[in-house]
Design a protein around this ligand. Sequence first.
Ligand SMILES: [Zn+2]
Length: 392
Amino acid sequence: MKTDQLLETIKQLVAIESTAGNPAGLQEAYNFMIDFLLGRDKQLTIERFERNGKPSLLAYRGATRPEKFHLILNGHLDVVPGKSEQYQARLEDGKLYGRGVYDMKAAVIAMADAFCEYVDKVPFALGLQLVTDEESSGKHGTLYQLEEGVRSDFVICGECGRASDKHEIANAAKGIAIVEVTLKGRSSHGAYPWKGDNAAMRAHDFITALQERYPVPAEETAASTISVISVRTNSDAHTKTPDQAVVKLDARYTPHDPDLSTLERFEAFIHQLDPEATISHVHDFSSPLYTDPTYPQLLALKAAAEAVEGAPFNLVQRNATSDGRHYGDVGNQACEFGIAGENQHADNECITIEALEQFRATLKRFLGQSSQPAKLANQVAATVAAEAPVAA
Ligand SMILES: [Zn+2]
């Protein structure tokens, strides 16, 4: 696929307002990709999934799904809401601007192009997985497909997060725990506070104790963080103190964090802050993504990226997570490697055409090398020997 065609296809996909609040747009983006894939290759098998109004697909060669893929390319078609002009992608000074060009419609088209070109050339089961709910939860796309038995040795999430000046592949991402903590008190008349146990003040004390253990960092940190998202109390009169407060927390945690690595540990930690506090609702609890830095496919991808971009790549940990985490939960290896760009979720979201072409070239080089197993094995051995692994 030539660059002009690639850009035109990306523009068409960007023009579809595929936000969580627009189910017709999600469906349209999904249909667009099915048409694109079958337009390139009528013999492809496209397995179609849907849960909770979120369609997703899995494309591969052959009549039946392999028990375990060797490699899956994973992407999402949903975007966060943008201004109407952002859905008309525009080229300016070698950059492509538009909602979703960075996160991550351009990567989806580049992955689909590489997939179609290599699905018959690689000597292993290759899959392309496209979902429509990554920005909202990932539970009805990637996670649902995993619940339906999809597995892969290695997964490349073409997810953004890489800045233009960075040469990075993320082999780790913090886990996520979004919970509501309920604190009980006892109401009193507001004029007689000594007669009650004000739940708003318990929430204050709880947050103060939390901040002593997990202070707000002054700058980016590889350590776990816990943010307070909301505090609500239940008083129904101006003169009545509340007997219940609910504090919503967004925790991002590193592998093996003693306070957060399981829900039980998190609950025990909450009890240390207030013995009567309870976790009353779990919105999300997902493991960190972590792939061994010496994993051969990860190193082969790194070598391909280095050859294409002519610069050493670092393996890094991301603060936010992606659908790759769901693969970690079933023991499969995954990484995030996307197009370098700027302004994720912001009005001036963009990528450069150069970065787009580098991304596509890296995928093709990686897949091309994979079709020569002996050469690949030698390269990987040499790379492992030359570099110390990144610490967990
Ligand atoms: Zn994304």
